[in-house]
Design a protein around this ligand. Structure first.
Ligand code: SF4
Ligand code: SF4
Length: 279
């Protein structure tokens, strides 16, 4: 790793990134269609720097009230790390840098995939649990990326997949399921091959979205439509001040739509669990 790569990773980690990796912008070319590549967002893009940040704290994972996790998510630090690294690249290196857009512009399709960025930067691999990217050391992390015209040596993608964990592969051999598949049969299905790797994996995104992101932009739109259609002023008032609309507003106001309200498949996942065990 040359000083430049080490330098930017250190800047990212100091700003809150748990892990930082680098991918070549060109690596996206063969994997995603035109319009979704780094060069479509920043002309002349050469590199993509990816930061992974922690989600819930170890304490939040222990809270007996699952709803509390939705208001204690820390999944914004990777964005801070990206902003700080962008500033560093532009001010110190005099190269262009931009945060990669990751929020959907239509449906659930973002202009650039953070999952792919994390994979290409060697930070994680897709899992049986909703295809969530698992970092082999820390498990569930949230990812953000920046695109830059600076030339940086990329990290290699991981050789060994983080999922299934050896314990999950052994469980599958024994009883034909893994912890995540068992906890959410409504959304997840999959098969572990004889070699202990994922042989098949399907994920019902629409079903998961309706369970995992109960409050957010979608619930706000749904509630708003019901409110404007309600003719009874008393009922309308109750709907506006009721919990559902209030929580939906909170979700939009504090950008909680990006934070899941169901973590059950990750709660049972052994990858990175050691970091949740404190005194
Ligand atoms: S987040 Fe919840 S609903 Fe979605 S796959 Fe995981 S356990 Fe199932
Ligand atoms: S519990 Fe975690 S490691 Fe095990 S199969 Fe599911 S996602 Fe993979």
């Amino acid at each position: 790793m040359t000083p430049r790569e080490a330098e930017i990773k250190e800047v990212g980690r100091r700003a809150g990134g748990r892990v930082v990796g680098i991918a070549a912008a060109a690596a996206f070319e063969s994997r995603v269609p035109e319009g979704y590549r780094p060069g479509d967002i920043l002309p002349g893009a050469r590199s993509v720097v990816v930061a992974g940040g922690d989600g819930p704290t170890a304490g939040a994972w222990r809270c007996p009230d699952h709803r509390v996790m939705e208001i204690t998510g820390y999944d914004l630090r990777e964005n801070v790390a990206i902003h700080v690294m962008c500033d560093h690249i532009e001010r110190e290196w005099r190269h262009y840098a931009i945060q990669a857009p990751s929020l959907s512009v239509h449906g659930h399709e973002p202009p650039m995939s953070m999952m792919l960025a994390a994979e290409l930067a060697g930070l994680g691999t897709r899992s049986l649990a909703a295809h969530i990217i698992l970092n082999p050391e820390y498990g569930l992390l949230y990812y953000a990326a920046l695109i830059t015209t600076a030339e940086l040596a990329p990290d290699p993608p991981l050789e060994t997949p983080a999922c299934p964990h050896p314990g999950c592969a052994a469980m599958y051999r024994r009883i034909g399921t893994t912890p995540c598949l068992r906890v959410c049969p409504a959304c997840l299905a999959g098969r572990v091959g004889d070699d202990g790797t994922i042989a098949e994996s399907t994920y019902n995104r629409e079903r998961c979205h309706s369970r995992a992101q109960t409050y957010g932009i979608g619930s706000f739109q749904k509630a708003l439509l019901a409110i404007v259609d309600e003719e009874d002023p008393g009922r309308r008032r109750t709907m506006i001040y009721g919990d559902f609309f209030t929580k939906s507003l909170q979700a939009v106001g504090f950008y909680r739509d990006s934070i899941a309200q169901c973590f059950e498949c990750m709660r049972v996942c052994p990858v990175g669990r050691k970091y949740r065990k404190l005194e």
